[in-house]
Design a protein around this ligand. Structure first.
Ligand code: HEC
Length: 201
């Protein structure tokens, strides 16, 4: 009899103690509105590595985000320095650059798709220079690939692969560069398709 009363009291005590601790833990976070309260394993919140915007005493200028060393190249980056955005660069590209991709139905189909997305709004689906933007008079002076002439001399139909690639990369006058939208490999697919349009195919 005596023993069971003691056991009950012990249970009550544990229960009360538990409630008190839970209460304290819950409301300890309420003192300061900005406080996150009791945090368990704080080091799991803080990354060991520096965040890019954090001060960093390991570098002379005290910043974490450092510029990459000079001449660093991103993985997969293709150099296009030998054909600069000049008349000479354009002519040189026109003579020396060859399409590295085989002309096949897959590459042509992908080229056609990219052309439809990126070029046809101005150049027209058939490359006749009558794209949607030209029709609604938002754009003008788009030469037809089959019959037009290039502002840099010669017929549009005679533009070589390298000249078309150079144009996609840098743009020309009112036509902007498409280098950031179309990867080098995809540019060659577009070139392949434009060369079909030049022949009126
Ligand atoms: C915003 C309209 C516009 C878009 C989009 C556009 N072009 Fe052009 N493109 C022009 C205009 C305008 C010219 C004529 C520029 C000039 O020679 O003054 C031109 C000229 C060209 C030429 C002739 C360059 C030369 O050497 O004379 C080629 C080739 C060409 N574009 C290909 C493309 C391809 C391929 C795309 C898609 C990746 C494209 N263009 C997207 C407007 C556009």
């Amino acid at each position: 009899m005596k023993g069971s009363t003691l056991a009950m009291n012990k249970n009550k005590f544990v229960y009360t103690a538990f409630l008190a601790i839970a209460f304290a833990a819950t409301f300890s976070a309420c003192k300061d509105k900005r406080s996150t309260g009791l945090e368990y394993a704080r080091n799991m919140y803080d990354p060991i590595a520096y965040n890019p915007d954090q001060p960093n005493k390991n570098f002379k200028d005290g910043k974490t985000a450092q510029l990459p060393p000079a001449h660093t190249k991103p993985v997969g980056f293709t150099e296009y320095d030998e054909y600069p955005n000049t008349k000479e660069g354009y002519e040189a590209a026109g003579v020396s650059m060859v399409n590295p991709l085989p002309v096949d139905t897959v590459n042509l189909a992908q080229g056609k798709h990219l052309f439809t997305v990126f070029c046809s709004p101005c150049h027209g689906e058939k490359g006749d220079g009558q794209g949607h933007l030209v029709k609604i008079e938002k754009f003008s002076g788009v030469p037809a690939y089959q019959t037009g002439s290039s502002s840099r001399g010669g017929n549009m139909a005679d533009l070589t692969a390298g000249k078309i690639y150079h144009t996609i990369t840098y743009g020309v006058n009112n036509m902007g560069s498409h280098a950031s939208q179309i990867s080098p490999t995809d540019r060659w697919k577009v070139v392949m398709y434009v060369q079909q349009l030049q022949k009126g195919q």
